[in-house]
Design a protein around this ligand. Sequence first.
Ligand code: NAP
Ligand code: ZN
Length: 350
Amino acid sequence: MKTKTVKAYGTESAKTPLHPLDIQRRSLLPNDVEIDILYCGICHSDLHSIHNDWGGTTYPIVPGHEIVGRITKIGTEVTKFKVGNLAGVGCIVGSCGHCEHCHEGEEQYCDEGWTVVFNAPDKILGGQTYGGFSQAIVADANYVLKLPATIDLAASAPILCAGITVYSPLKHWNAGPGKKVGIVGIGGLGHMAIKIAKAMGAHVTVFTTSPAKMETAKELGADVAVLSTDAGQMATQSKFDLILDTVSARHDVNMYLNILKVDGSIVLVGLPNEPLEVGVFNVVNGRKSFSGSNIGGIAEAQEVIDFCAEHGITAQIELIRINQINEAFRRLEKNDVKYRFVIDMKSEGM
Ligand code: NAP
Ligand code: ZN
């Protein structure tokens, strides 16, 4: 198959800084589109993957899965997009298309395994997939999202992962009027969860380990902000219907199980690289559920983009140049970002 060389930022090892390298993009298949990438968000999953935190990283790796840009070419059978349209690509770029989960629009639970936009076996070109820290991407239009023409493009990129990852469980567990929802961690995912849960009509309490984030939590829309390291503040909390845990590192989940109401659920979306301990009595007592959720399907990703447009929700971002990417990862590792880095892919160094 013919390919095209494009410039990207990636690395050959966990310890090597990201740097420019050349990758190949396939020629367009009939249902493919080519996107000129304008902005790409930086998610903590990119950092976990670069560090091989979960095992399974194949180097060289080109991360990036909050991709927004403009369509520059369409395949012969594409009807969903026209050249010049804005478009987004999140985590999913392929799935079997015929299992029960694909039929239900939950490609992230595809029986045959879905194709992640980066660091997954590339079923079409061979080798592996390369993500959005690159000039352009070619993807099947079925996995490409439509973006409203009036959208704040850079600040909307994080909806493609952070947004959908919190929207999907909030909806599945019925966050809405009359529901008491807790969000643990105010990072990229957590700050979007505050905004989205609030827009769904829930009462939102946020739990943070960072005193400096207490004030901004309210500005983001939280009804209550709790410093989770303060036992006195934690002791005043109770009867949550749902707690969404976005924490990226090992932490105590039992203190959150203990403040759920009877039949309440804690849902993990954060992916620490070490096991979490659950005290059995903390789930048995009160018939609590300890569960998890993985991103969201394509139809639901389109739904959250439209939901955010309707409710005026964007991410709070720090826009960086591509040549600041290693500094951004260092700061993300130190929990020093409010609340999402987004790379200007047309900046100096690309
Ligand atoms: P992030 O911006 O770094 O936010 C993580 C937040 O967790 C931090 O802002 C911090 O909030 C809190 N935190 C960090 N270390 C902590 C510790 N040791 N103890 C307690 N709290 C701590 O990361 P993100 O991009 O939002 O991603 C969060 C996690 O979700 C990552 O593990 C990522 O891989 C995962 N993820 C999962 C999915 C999925 O589909 N399930 C999708 C995307 C990302 P405070 O400062 O407020 O305490
Ligand atoms: Zn992500």
